[in-house]
Design a protein around this ligand. Sequence first.
Ligand SMILES: Cc1ncc(COP(=O)(O)O)c(C=O)c1O
Length: 249
Amino acid sequence: MILLEGPSTISALVLEPVTGSSGVIVPPAGYLRGVRDLCTRHGIVFIADEVLAGFGRTGAWFGVDHDGVAPDLLIFAKGVNSGYVPLGGVLVGDSIHETFTQRPYPAGMTYSGHPLACAAAVGAIGAMHEEDTVAAAARLGTDILEPGLTKLAENHPCIGDVRGIGGLWTLELVRDRETKQPLVPLGATGEANAPMAAFIKACFGRGLVPLVLGNRIHVAPPLNISDGDAAIGLARLDEALAEADTFLG
Ligand SMILES: Cc1ncc(COP(=O)(O)O)c(C=O)c1O
């Protein structure tokens, strides 16, 4: 695509190192390194959107760390202060920083550098270091969520795929494991969405509030969740998934 469009027509490439809302797609090892190399070779600014993946969510400080690459710009929000106060920002690489040592940076916002939001970030990042949250997130993935969700897939024929990393996972519900036909069509509402609605109702009845996007259930608990609480959550998911199974032919 870069060659087709012409590298000089592309100023920047933006991607999430692990996609969040669009489906928790974990790239294979080497993918982000390849993107970095392509951007460097063609003079394209590489922007990593780490709003969702950053600050430990994937079991590394940032998603790009899984491939050991540095983007030119790194966008962050959410986890930077655990969401206690709205805060977002952009980390700037050396070459872009250099530009603005020679001339003013022409931007500003009403709440730029808001002291309360930044203090919450300092507090949250300090706690993440003290509690070794990033290592805990990696362990949450390898020791708790991957085996727990894989076991759910063994028990529930409606689960067509389990994927994720660290504390960011999704279950994809299907009608048929072979064809991977989604359990509900894209954008389904009303009767067409009955299987997911029944699943959500079963979760609510058990005190579990799931994030459901189409035919996917996202599993992204707090990174400091205890093993016991994670086990309770998985057990409730197990019960609620039985509702979705009843819609299979
Ligand atoms: C990957 C990603 N980028 C950007 C955003 C938007 O972030 P904000 O609401 O902080 O502007 C979101 C919000 O959910 C997101 O998930």
